[in-house]
Design a binder for this molecule. Structure first.
Ligand code: GLN
Length: 314
């Protein structure tokens, strides 16, 4: 049965407006602390080409770690499976910015979706160029995925994190000691902070994620990645996309998802939908409190899950 997405989105927006526990807006990046926690947006791009959205779905927010999905896709395009010599593929069970694990693992981060892993991925994407070249490539890639030319970087957010990102500097320097960061740390982090500061609305983010619901195909024709690569990226989102809360997200929501400390989550229902939710308040693991709740409700109402048996006609 086809779910009535318009009705479900309307109900979810009403339910989220009633929620008192909205989490806490990230404050370790000072610029993000200014964002109003009362906001909530949702957008669903379906495989049959519809876009259902509601709430604050057109307001731009800092995608932060959701950018790690697009950065990984680009890096795999550059170096293929060699990437896995430098980054693992296991859930970390630790916070997104954990330092201790790196020492045990000799500078090889657990997965590409924790900060350390994404910094190595950024190092790969730099490929001997200046940060502005790598950032330009990333922006063009995301604009092409979303089909939206207006997507841009919020320079104030990038500057704010550059001024305060001491933990990420520690992670990058530590990995440079193991030669798992190959470019100068300032260049890698310059690129990393700017990609985190890309601003998108839920509508744009849902559109950008469509290749992952379409088994790697671009909705406008052609291919972004092979089916195998799209499935692997989805697998990593399911197992590692919410840091030490990835197991809980899989249990509650049951579809691949990637969160960011800006309060956004990109979630993929293979073959059916690319979903973006946004609400700036975070839970203790740094994932959007209402975003997670909304996805849980959406999955419950639609029956969407990567663990459900195929429907007739599939
Ligand atoms: N830019 C943020 C950081 O490096 C991204 C973290 C996140 O979204 N979880 O701390």
């Amino acid at each position: 049965m086809t779910p009535d997405l318009d009705a479900i989105v309307t109900d979810i927006i009403a339910a989220m407006a009633q929620e008192d526990d909205r989490g806490t807006v990230a404050s370790y990046i000072p610029e993000l602390a200014k964002v109003d926690p009362a906001q909530f947006g949702i957008a669903i791009a379906t495989a049959d080409g519809r876009l259902i959205s509601g709430g604050d779905a057109d307001i731009g927010f800092s995608i932060q770690s959701v950018s790690k999905v697009f950065a990984l896709t680009l890096a795999l395009g550059k170096v293929g499976d060699q990437l896995w010599d430098r980054v693992g593929r296991e859930p970390s069970g630790n916070a997104f910015n954990s330092i201790t694990q790196l020492e045990h693992e000799q500078g090889i981060p657990r997965n590409p979706f924790i900060n350390a892993g994404a910094i190595v991925v950024t190092d790969i994407n730099l490929g001997g160029h200046q940060p502005r070249v790598a950032i330009g490539e990333m922006l063009r890639f995301i604009r092409y995925l979303a089909g939206e030319d207006t997507i841009a970087i919020n320079e104030a957010v990038a500057a704010s994190e550059t001024a305060t990102g001491f933990r990420n500097m520690a992670l990058a320097n530590y990995m440079r000691a193991f030669n798992n960061v190959r470019h100068p740390v300032e260049l890698v982090l310059g690129s990393y902070f700017h990609q985190c500061a890309i601003e998108m609305s839920c509508r744009q983010l849902a559109l950008a994620g469509r290749y992952l619901m379409l088994d790697g195909g671009h909705p406008g024709g052609g291919r972004v990645v092979s089916p195998r690569r799209a499935r692997r990226i989805n697998a990593l989102m399911l197992t590692c996309g919410h840091y030490d809360a990835s197991g809980d997200f899989a249990f509650r929501v049951g579809i691949p998802g990637k969160s960011g400390v800006g309060g956004g989550i990109l979630a993929i229902v293979p073959g059916r939908a690319s979903i973006a939710v946004w609400s700036p308040g975070l839970n203790t693991s740094g994932n959007s409190q209402l975003g997670t709740l909304a996805l849980e409700e959406l999955a419950r109402r639609t029956g969407w899950s990567v663990f459900s048996p195929p429907e007739e006609g599939d």
